[in-house]
Design a protein around this ligand. Structure first.
Ligand code: ADP
Ligand code: ASP
Ligand code: MG
Length: 418
């Protein structure tokens, strides 16, 4: 007997037929004698629909009320799954974030899980009842509803698995594992049997949305055994293996170790913002980024251009497109203090990143990337690097082309693909 947390994403929960398929999978694990808790997402498209309602209501919406609105999608699917499980003769009940409770920080719309009261789930499990927990949601110490940021149900699942000391956290989604890049845009992408926490963390943080970044960070810290699987394969005693997220020690000696680049990711959700003619003096950049940080806006790539003869410089950076309205609002309010001339933004950009621990010991990864993009006439607008990652900002129209070209350039294409 094992203690398992199963998480089902939006596509897997989209409609009663699919929820029935999910319920059958859960029943399968219960029938094997396992103790099971399930974490569910809203039906696919539902969270987008709810977010759009908020934007339509007011572009500068109160994030506390946004959370009340967007958390509702998961409430619906958790109740529906409990109903369907019961109809199959499986004991089940839903536990909303505030009922457990799952306590989070008060950073609305991107709250961090602080504690999970595991008592109720533990009792349910011991009594053979499946606890169905809506992902993505929690509650502050002041009893206000929070959400964990887009894709946050993965983090809910890992947090529940850590709190319950589960043997496994199985993330069921609409692909059968983690690939070298998004298999929906590169048919030649290869499935990875294993990927290290560190590489998965980096891949997720640069856009590989198959797992939310925070879920990987938490799994790494708590050593939760996370596995990514397809919810559409038939459950059997030996399900098709997906991808295991493992420590570096578990990967030694395999061919993975020799792979220079593990994967390539893209992110179309960033906007490029440029402030022109910012005075070139100490404290100038602080006057831009401090108020953005105070507003909880995550700035990613930053480029400070060459100073003009006039003693001023252009500063370019990226912010999440979802935070654009708030970013522009902050920057316009701070115009007097910063002293820039023009505020320009461009949403038609994408960030392409190559990730791999092999980079630590190999030079030339970045130059190969620039050469491959240049050969296709793709212009690089900004660059950032870390020990195991190189990212470039390009025109969004070239996203798919850039990812495919780099996938081939780094030798990642599957051998059996056409
Ligand atoms: P869920 O609703 O189950 O949480 P998501 O849409 O959040 O699913 O994540 C699954 C999607 O992630 C896949 O459909 C795929 O298009 C995308 N994806 C991006 N990069 C990768 C990758 N490297 N490996 C697998 N899937 C990826
Ligand atoms: N429903 C939320 C979203 O779409 C959370 C999740 O699915 O993980 O972002
Ligand atoms: Mg997801």
């Amino acid at each position: 007997m094992a203690r398992i947390v199963m998480k089902f994403g939006g596509t897997s929960m989209a409609g009663i037929e699919r929820i029935r398929n999910v319920a059958n999978r859960v029943k399968h694990e219960v029938d094997l004698g396992n103790e099971v808790a399930v974490v569910v997402s809203a039906m696919s498209g539902e969270t987008d629909r709810l977010v759009n309602f908020c934007r339509e209501a007011s572009p500068l919406y109160d994030p506390r009320e946004y959370d009340v609105v967007v958390a509702s999608g998961e409430q619906v699917t958790s109740g529906l799954l409990a109903i369907v499980l019961q109809s199959l003769g499986v004991k089940a009940r839903s536990w909303l974030g505030w009922q457990l409770p799952i306590r989070t920080s008060d950073a609305h719309a991107s709250a961090r899980i602080e504690t999970i009261n595991s008592e109720a789930i533990g009792k349910a499990m011991a009594a053979g009842e499946v606890a169905v927990i809506p992902g993505f949601q929690g509650m502050t110490v002041d009893d206000r509803v929070t959400t964990l940021g887009r894709g946050g149900s993965d983090t809910s699942a890992v947090a529940v698995a850590a709190a319950m000391k589960a043997d496994r956290c199985d993330i069921y989604t609409d692909v059968d594992g983690v690939y070298t890049t998004d298999p929906r845009i590169v048919p030649k992408a290869r499935k990875l049997a294993k990927v290290t926490y560190e590489e998965m963390l980096e891949l997720a943080s640069v856009g590989a949305k198959v797992l939310q970044t925070r879920s990987v960070g938490l799994a790494m810290k708590e050593r939760v055994r996370v596995q990514v699987l397809s919810s559409f394969d038939q459950p059997t005693d030996n399900p098709t293996p997906g991808t295991m997220i493992v420590g570096e020690d578990e990967i030694e000696g395999t061919t993975m170790e020799r792979q220079l680049i593990t994967g390539i990711a893209y992110d179309k959700n960033e906007t490029k913002v440029t402030l022109t003619a910012v005075p070139d003096r100490p404290g100038a950049v602080a006057s831009i980024f401090a108020p953005l940080a105070d507003a909880n806006i995550n700035v990613d790539m930053i480029v400070q251009n060459v100073a003009h003869d006039t003693g001023s410089t252009d500063v370019t950076f990226t912010v999440p497109t979802a935070e654009l309205a708030r970013s522009l609002d902050v920057l316009e309010r701070e115009r007097g203090t910063i002293g820039y001339e023009r505020l320009i933004h461009d949403t038609n950009v994408a960030k392409i990143s190559v990730v791999g621990v092999g980079m630590r010991s190999h030079a030339g990864v970045a130059s190969k990337m620039f050469d491959a993009l240049a050969a296709r006439g793709i212009n690089v607008l900004a660059i950032t690097t870390s020990e195991i990652k190189v990212s470039v900002l390009i025109n969004e129209d070239y996203t798919e082309l850039a990812v495919r070209v780099l996938h081939t350039a780094y030798g990642l294409d599957a051998e059996d693909a056409a």
